[in-house]
Ligand binder design. Structure first.
Ligand code: ADP
Length: 181
């Protein structure tokens, strides 16, 4: 079971992914979480990523893709994963496709969490993570619109739309239903 989770920053992908991971028995792989773990541990990757993340910009794709490849090569991801935060650009989607092809794997679908900009801004301000101030939020929404939103068209028929407004439980039920689980 291999799914990509797509949606604007603050769409609640991470929250849903954690629940789905538990219910479906596949790891939740979040690039944001991997970066934050590296920053916390002060690794060279974390040091490099931090300035981009603090500014709300994308970390360079070569760095990000290498980190994702390493993570997907770990044993627990052999039978499936929920990939959250990658790809974020069409370039990254092509890298992922190559990477999976090399492994003889393919995606089962791309879950697209649909939520209005007002709601995501509200959620991010309430969450108050280090990179959740008004200016970075504006930058991240711009990056989403310009670079990530085109992935919906790129993935075409593989997209599974889920309305991501409501309670966490409601959205979880909707997601499982949309996945046919
Ligand atoms: P959110 O879903 O709220 O945007 P994430 O935790 O997914 O938060 O990501 C936080 C930050 O990590 C992003 O703003 C970006 O700087 C960096 N990041 C995450 N995934 C990627 C990626 N695929 N490519 C480049 N940068 C990324």
């Amino acid at each position: 079971m291999r799914y990509v989770l797509l949606g604007p920053p603050g769409a609640g992908k991470g929250t849903q992914a954690a629940i789905l991971s538990e219910k479906l028995g596949v790891p939740h792989i979040s690039t944001g979480d991997l970066f934050r773990a590296n920053i916390g541990q002060g690794t060279p990757l974390g040091v490099e990523a931090k300035s981009y993340i603090d500014a709300g910009k994308l970390v360079p794709t070569d760095v990000t893709a290498r980190m994702v490849e390493d993570r997907l090569n770990q044993d627990d991801a052999a039978n499936g994963f929920l990939l959250d935060g990658f790809p974020r650009t069409v370039e990254q989607a092509d890298i992922l496709a190559d990477l999976l092809e090399k492994k003889g794997q393919k995606l089962d679908g791309v879950i697209n969490f649909e939520v209005s900009e007002d709601v995501v801004v509200e959620r991010m301000l309430a969450r108050g993570r280090a990179d959740d101030n008004e200016e970075t939020i504006r930058t991240r929404l711009g990056v989403y619109r310009d670079e990530t939103f085109p992935l919906i068209q790129h993935y075409g028929d593989d997209i599974i739309n889920v309305k991501a407004e409501g309670t966490v439980e409601e959205i979880n039920e909707r997601t499982l239903k949309a996945m046919g689980k």
